[in-house]
Design a protein around this ligand. Structure first.
Ligand code: G6P
Length: 489
């Protein structure tokens, strides 16, 4: 469309995700401070700029009172964010329960938590009811802010019910849904008691997107095998209506990282870090403290490396940044203790009076400190047991143009399909193999590092978050136009 001043107006985009890009911290009855949220979804979406975007989502806190809700709504409006207020019980059943204790592990092939399996099965129905209720609450807020012509882009496994709720409000709404996690093999998906209802709800969208072709293929197989629908090269057809299904690999805002390296505060951090670790090779892990990230396996592989390569002891250090996440879910609490126990044991075993092999931090770092770490470290270890894409690997590559460090990357991360030619790919379950890849990375010639880095850097800087969003939205617009033409014929 064209505005009065002749400039093209940007399409309005309603981005709906469980988590807003900022999380709120209460400072007083009516005062709030906002912090950037963690996770790949947020870091990618922050790189999406060329749209008139509004965000709709949960601010990560329970706000039971009206004064607090009003003040938070106002504070978020400045960031173009619109809150969905979820009460404690809904958060417990929908977010901690159905989303993070059922869908998340299942979609990452980890199954249900072993000890809680029966309890989880029993509470399944109430959690699913809460999931649907929460999705309806998101739909109500979207509907309230929707204007004709808007594109509504729903994100992730929390909101699989949302496309259906939105289309029930208004069948003309342009609705896209994108999954940031893997979509598992249909044999895994079919174990979910609510398998069919979820698939049907997602199929109400006009366009359904995944990070990789494999995830898209698994989704189509689930629809054909479980629902008995027809899969076509374009997507899934149900009674003459086509839902387009395709792969849209996500990226990052690489310029943001590259430019940050020039900033004086980042340069200061870099200098400090170089001084601090002088004479040692530095390996880096940056993950949310999540069981899918394979942190215990990574640390055990590092231990094996130290056992087998005595000459490297005291000459190499692993910095593991583990950002706490979903701390109310028991599986995550258990993981934290497990990681602490392993780190303590290895530091006790290989540490000396002057040096410890593992620096483990249970917190996030600010953006500048993170860029500096990415820039100075020699090796990055991304050993996810499964991961939708994994953007830490992209961020590391973006910051390594000077040093040309080595990326060790799990073959079970979506990123293995895009950065596989430049990274050392590993099976994270095989700690002997990961230990060997650490030795390979530390001993790699500068020519080989340069060649590998060049491949990855060129991918990361050309496949950006902006390009990802533009491709998805334009495909969604086209899909809707094509569907209209088909119904007119
Ligand atoms: C993953 C999910 C996101 C989620 C993020 C952080 O990247 O795909 O949807 O926001 O983890 O998890 P949290 O539960 O803290 O939002």
């Amino acid at each position: 469309c064209e505005r009065q001043d002749g400039r093209l107006c940007r399409q309005r985009l309603l981005v709906v995700a469980n988590r807003l890009p900022v999380s709120a911290v209460r400072r007083g009855e009516d005062s709030w401070s906002l912090e950037i949220s963690a996770g790949g979804l947020v870091s990618a979406l922050l790189g999406v700029k060329e749209f008139e975007a509004r965000w709709i989502g949960w601010a990560g806190v329970n706000v039971p009172d009206e004064i607090g809700q009003k003040a938070l709504t106002k504070a978020l409006a400045e960031k173009r964010c619109i809150p969905v207020f979820l009460d404690e019980e809904i958060v417990h059943q929908y977010y901690n329960g159905y989303c993070n204790n059922i869908l998340w592990p299942l979609f990452h092939y980890l199954g249900l938590p072993q000890e809680d399996r029966l309890a989880t099965t029993r509470s399944f129905q109430s959690q699913f009811a809460a999931y649907k209720k929460a999705n309806q609450m998101f739909a109500d807020v979207v509907n309230e802010h929707y204007e004709e012509g808007d594109v509504v882009w729903c994100h992730d496994y929390h909101l699989m019910f949302l496309p259906k709720c939105l289309k029930e409000y208004n069948s003309e709404m342009k609705v896209g849904w994108f999954l940031h996690t893997p979509f598992p093999s249909s044999e895994i998906h079919r174990t979910l008691p609510s398998r069919s209802e979820l698939l049907h709800s997602v199929l109400a969208a006009d366009l359904v997107g995944f990070h990789t072709y494999d995830y898209a293929r698994h989704f189509v197989s689930a629809c054909t095998r479980i629902l008995g629908l027809e899969g076509t090269p374009e997507g899934v057809e149900d009674q003459g209506r086509l839902t387009r299904v395709a792969a849209f690999p996500i990226g990052i805002d690489s310029d943001r990282f590259i430019h940050a390296l020039e900033l004086p505060q980042v340069q200061d951090h870099i200098k400090e870090l170089k001084e601090r670790f002088k004479g040692r090779k530095v390996m880096l892990g940056v993950d949310r403290l999540d069981m899918i990230k394979g942190i215990p396996q990574k640390i055990l592989a590092f231990e094996k490396f130290l056992e087998e390569n005595t000459q490297w002891r005291e000459k190499v250090v692993l910095l593991q940044i583990a950002v706490p996440t979903r701390t109310d879910v028991p599986e995550y609490q258990k993981l934290t203790s497990q990681v602490h126990e392993i780190v303590g044991r290895i530091n006790g075993r290989f540490g000396t009076l002057t040096a410890v092999p593992i620096h483990h931090l249970d917190r996030s770092l600010d953006f500048h400190a993170l860029c500096a770490l990415y820039a100075v470290t020699d090796v990055a270890l991304v050993t996810s047991l499964r991961d939708g894409m994994n953007l830490v690997s992209y961020e590391y590559v973006a910051c390594q143009d000077a040093k040309k460090g080595v990326l060790i990357l799990s073959e079970f991360a979506g990123a293995a399909q895009s950065l596989g030619a430049g990274a050392i790919l590993v099976n994270p379950w095989n700690i002997t193999e990961v230990a060997a890849s650490i030795a390979q990375a530390l001993n790699m010639s500068s020519e080989e590092r340069e060649k590998r880095h060049k491949h990855n850097f060129s991918h990361v800087t050309t496949h950006t978050a902006q390009e990802w969003a533009e491709t998805f939205v334009s495909e969604l617009n086209d899909t809707v136009v094509e569907a209209q033409l088909r119904t007119r014929q």
